[in-house]
Design a protein around this ligand. Structure first.
Ligand code: DX5
Ligand code: ZN
Length: 223
């Protein structure tokens, strides 16, 4: 079962309610919210107040992706603001084990994110801390901006992680993020990803519901 998380980074943010309605109408399972602090990545997006406003516009799960230097310090505040899934980068300055524990303490699903050049080995000490329904987020573009081209070189990493999860009976999800469209979605699904983030492809599509269906490979939404 493939699930879709819609990134609103490049949506028309003059109309947050309209954006939330579009995501709801799309049949996607969740809304992807990219938080950037201008330190961990070279861009600043949106933070807690906008998430609180968005929370009031939709009942879809909010999949918050922290691209910030110190995620541990902010996990609880993002939980309070309405996140259900919270991912942070293993390359950040926070201790990953402590950050996973903090996200669990707040009652959220935890995700550990890896930038394209970060080897899977960086995950090793933490993979077994993740619980069923937690996830690993593999970036398929350099974090920081939407509308970039998919990095095909990440596909072997997706495959290797899925094999490892299968071999070790880890019931975790693999989320991929960046440059996902109808063509790259197939490759990611075949490689073992089951949670696909997509932004610009969906917001450019003439029929967002049909575009989400394409990302799933024709499967109907179960919502
Ligand atoms: C990049 C973000 C992505 C991005 C996806 O740093 O994490 O979530 O918004 O956007 P598209 O689908 O345009 O690559
Ligand atoms: Zn993201």
């Amino acid at each position: 079962m493939t699930r879709i998380s819609v990134s609103i980074l490049n949506a028309d943010l003059t109309d947050l309610k309209g954006v939330a309605a579009t995501v709801q109408r799309s049949g996607a399972e969740m809304l992807h919210y990219d938080v950037m602090d201008g330190c961990f990545v070279d861009n600043i997006s949106f933070g807690l107040p906008v998430l609180q406003s968005l929370r009031r516009c939709t009942d879809l799960p909010l999949d918050v992706h922290l691209m910030i230097r110190d995620p541990l310090r902010f996990a609880e505040r993002f939980a309070d603001a309405g996140a259900q899934l919270l991912s942070f980068h293993v390359e950040s300055e926070s201790d990953p084990a402590e950050t996973v524990r903090e996200i669990h303490r707040c009652g959220l699903r935890a995700g550990i994110a890896l930038s394209p050049d970060t080897p899977l080995e960086r995950l090793c000490p933490y993979l077994h801390m993740l619980e069923p329904e937690d996830f690993v987020l593999l970036m398929t573009v350099e974090p920081g901006f939407g509308k970039q081209s998919f990095l095909y070189g990440v596909l072997p990493k997706i495959r290797a992680l899925r094999s490892r999860m299968t071999a070790e009976c880890l019931p975790l999800h693999i989320e991929v993020d960046g440059g996902i469209n109808a063509e790259t979605a197939v490759l990611c699904r075949e490689a073992g990803a089951d949670l696909l983030v997509s932004g610009s492809f969906l917001f450019r599509a003439p029929d967002v519901r049909e575009a989400v269906r394409q990302l799933r490979g024709g499967e109907e939404s179960f919502r």
